[in-house]
Design a protein around this ligand. Structure first.
Ligand SMILES: [Zn+2]
Length: 754
């Protein structure tokens, strides 16, 4: 049946009647789309273009029965058109001029010229496609056997040229300013068609041909094109055609499954970044599995697509808009919602002054592609995406995005973290960590005369390269003297970043470096303590691997810290006359300090006055030895472990064992806040230089929900009153507090023996 809009029901078309049909003019040909852009016409008043030509339905699988329909079904474009019609977005004859301003402007498809197709394909390939029309049915059936997932019909060459011509005309209308943007509802799809080969239901690479023609016809206004491919399959054809082209950036998000999803192999993996001048201009974001959803796609857009697109700064954006990642498509088996497509479209519209053309690729659930295409069209026309919450990205998406960023960060300034490749080092690249350490060492040297301590670490259990700690351990010159000694083990400086709102880039000017343990050192030096400062980096050069590219596992880092602590003890502390020794472990570095204490001999127990641990939410660790019960008791009596208010150790009614130390629950949750707000207590304790038994033991019990006043009443750490406590007295440390309370307060966790 011939519809009044010029479309046809697919059932009305009989393949047996097939002939090559010349491009008959449609009703919409009266629309002039080749007019030059009027400078008086503002962007907002321009309309969105629509390419739809019912004749593209002619190409169909001739032998298909009703129960075995090929997924690349002619009705695909008709379902989308019907959906747009139902939404009132298509024009009608009775529409007034005012009505039409709110509707899609119909753009006529036409047959792509051989010379246009030949910009993206070999002439041989063009001729091969043309010959399909002249073959007998038997010849075409034979051809299918050797082809890669394509079927042939007498109208195939006609429809393939019409689809490519539709993509060209949609793009041309956008470039001339006849429309602000456009959607081309075209088939057969194109993104699998390679330079000399049809594949994956595709004959001519519609988007590829349109990009080539536009670059040729608009050399001054269209220098760079972004092709964004959200079809669930990798667009191997687009990648191949533009692999060496620095002016066409191809970004594809697709299910890859390690190369076991069409088009199989490694061509769609993240390592294919482009060739020659086009290196870096091909970005594959290969999902390792199906079932990816809006949150995964939005994550990739926010982390890679948009930052890179802004940096590339295209003059035109072409979307290879397959809808086979849509919820409901069993072939793609992903869950992208219409709103997900709307969000991606609205982000892309912020590029290239809004010059965006969406060209249909795959998508095989007729309802899913219809509602998805409608969602995209509405955004193109100026609607805003619905304020619907998007789920967070899956672990697989986060890891995939990280992997891609690592590879592409060397091509794009906006992508972080930069991979510490040889290339970067040859560019004078240096880790921020190392730069900061040099700066801190210089400052400590100038302010406190602190200099690096050289540790003979060779042959240690952790396999730490001695050189890797050479700049991490610094000391005041008086470490041998008979004055209190503070040894502080801390994590590298924290960086607090404020990324660029558009590109997401972290630039040196918007990163702030914090080192909240510094005031402790200043105080100690001022109070005539010796200080040994140990920065525990998150990466180390190890004996096995001197590439220093990877981050240390927590276990390796703990072991390395333990060995460094042992070396400091054996080589420096053991020959120091310091009467009082205080150890501070901060954040992740606390684990290494505990590991050291677990090996500590009697001299450590005799000489260490107190251990302060700023654990935050880090796992609390025991100091215990099977053969030495006294060790845990000693640790309990000589430690203060600051645990975050929301630390999981306070969950449930279980008692906390003494081997975890004397735990204090702070109002603060982060290590940084703990360092800030517990400072006065820690300094007060050190000021007194107290050394001795600080409690009589007993099982620890947590106060589940103490009133604020309990924090004051049970305050444990303070300046003790006279007389000074001495070793072995067993005196209680529940003491009055003459000092000012910290802002965040402190909730005591007392031993039940008190
Ligand atoms: Zn597809």
């Amino acid at each position: 049946m011939d519809h009044d809009d010029g479309s046809y029901d697919s059932v009305s078309y009989s393949p047996a009647e097939s002939v090559i049909i010349p491009p008959a003019p449609l009703r919409a040909t009266s629309v002039v789309v080749h007019r030059p852009a009027s400078s008086a016409l503002s962007y907002a008043s321009k309309r969105t273009g629509l390419v739809y030509d019912a004749r593209m339905k002619y190409h169909c699988e001739p032998i298909s029965g009703d129960d075995d329909l090929h997924p690349e079904d002619p009705r695909r474009i008709w379902f989308i058109y019907k959906e747009l019609q139902k939404a009132g977005l298509t024009e009608h004859e009775e529409d007034s001029e005012a009505d039409r301003q709110w509707k899609l402007l119909r753009i006529c498809a036409r047959l792509a010229e051989p010379s246009e197709v030949a910009l993206a394909h070999s002439i041989d390939h063009y001729k091969w496609v043309q010959r399909i029309a002249e073959m007998t049915d038997a010849q075409r059936r034979n051809l299918v056997k050797d082809a890669d997932s394509v079927y042939f019909h007498p109208t195939t060459p006609f429809c393939a040229r019409l689809a490519a011509g539709g993509a060209i005309e949609a793009t041309r209308a956008v470039m001339t300013g006849a429309v602000k943007n456009a959607i081309a509802v075209i088939r057969p799809p194109g993104h699998h068609a390679e330079h000399g080969r049809a594949a994956g239901f595709c004959f001519f690479n519609n988007v590829g041909v349109a990009a080539k023609v536009t670059r040729k016809d608009f050399p001054d206004t269209c220098r760079k094109i972004l092709i964004l491919d959200w079809d669930v399959h990798h667009g191997n054809g687009v990648q191949q055609i533009f692999e060496s082209d620095p002016n066409v950036l191809y970004i594809s998000l697709h299910v890859h499954k390690g190369g076991f999803f069409y088009p199989a192999g490694d061509y769609g993996d993240e390592s294919h970044v482009g060739l020659g001048a086009g290196e870096g201009k091909n970005i594959n974001i290969p999902w390792p599995r199906h079932h990816m959803h809006d949150g995964d796609y939005i994550h990739a857009f926010q982390q890679i697509v948009m930052p890179v697109a802004y940096e590339f700064n295209p003059d035109l954006v072409l979307i290879s808009a397959g809808f086979d990642a849509a919820d409901g498509d069993t072939l793609g088996a992903c869950f992208v919602s219409p709103n997900g497509y709307a969000l991606m479209t609205s982000m892309l519209l912020t590029l290239a002054n809004g010059k965006v053309v969406a060209c249909l690729e795959g998508g095989y659930n007729l309802n899913s592609i219809a509602v998805s295409a409608l969602a995209v069209t509405k955004i193109l026309m100026g609607e805003k995406p619905a304020p619907v919450a998007v789920p967070g990205p899956s672990v697989d998406a986060i890891q995939t995005v990280q992997k891609v960023i690592k590879i592409h960060s060397k091509y794009w300034k906006c992508l972080y973290p930069k991979s510490s490749s040889v290339d970067l080092e040859s560019l004078g690249g240096e880790r921020l960590h190392d730069i900061l350490q040099v700066r801190q060492n210089r400052r400590y040297a100038e302010q406190h005369m602190m200099y690096p301590l050289h540790l003979p670490l060779g042959g240690s259990d952790s396999g730490v390269d001695p050189g890797s700690f050479s700049d991490q351990v610094t000391s005041t010159p008086g470490w041998r003297k008979a004055q209190p000694l503070l040894i502080i083990f801390h994590d590298p400086p924290d960086t607090i970043g404020d990324p660029h709102p558009l590109t997401g880039a972290f630039d040196p000017h918007n990163i702030v470096v914090t080192q909240p343990s510094e005031p402790y050192i200043e105080w100690a030096v001022h109070n005539k303590f010796s200080v040994i400062d140990v920065n525990v980096p998150r990466y180390l050069k190890t004996m096995e691997d001197d590439s220093s590219t990877g981050e240390l596992s927590e276990e390796d880092r703990t072991n390395a810290t333990r060995d460094v602590a042992s070396a400091i003890w054996e080589n420096f502390v053991s020959v120091s006359e310091a009467p009082d020794i205080f150890l501070i472990g901060v954040g992740g570095a606390y684990a290494g300090l505990i590991s050291f204490l677990n090996l500590a001999g009697e001299t450590v127990q005799q000489r260490v006055s107190h251990i302060f641990a700023f654990a935050g939410k880090h796992a609390l660790l025991p100091v215990a030895r099977p053969t030495d019960d006294a060790l845990s008791l000693w640790y309990f009596n000589h430690s203060t472990v600051f645990a975050a208010r929301e630390h999981c150790i306070f969950d449930g009614p279980r008692k906390i064992r003494k081997k975890y130390g004397r735990i204090l629950r702070t109002d603060a949750n982060s290590v940084i806040e703990q360092l800030l707000y517990q400072k006065e207590q820690v300094l007060a304790r050190m000021r007194e230089g107290v050394k001795g038994e600080e409690g009589t033991g007993g099982e620890m019990k947590t106060d589940e929900n103490p009133p604020p006043s309990a924090g004051i009443r049970k305050l444990e750490i303070s300046t003790p009153p006279e007389p000074r406590l001495t070793a072995g007295t067993g005196s209680s440390t529940r003491l009055g507090s003459p000092i000012k309370l910290p802002r965040m307060g402190m909730f005591g966790v007392t031993g039940s023996g008190h």
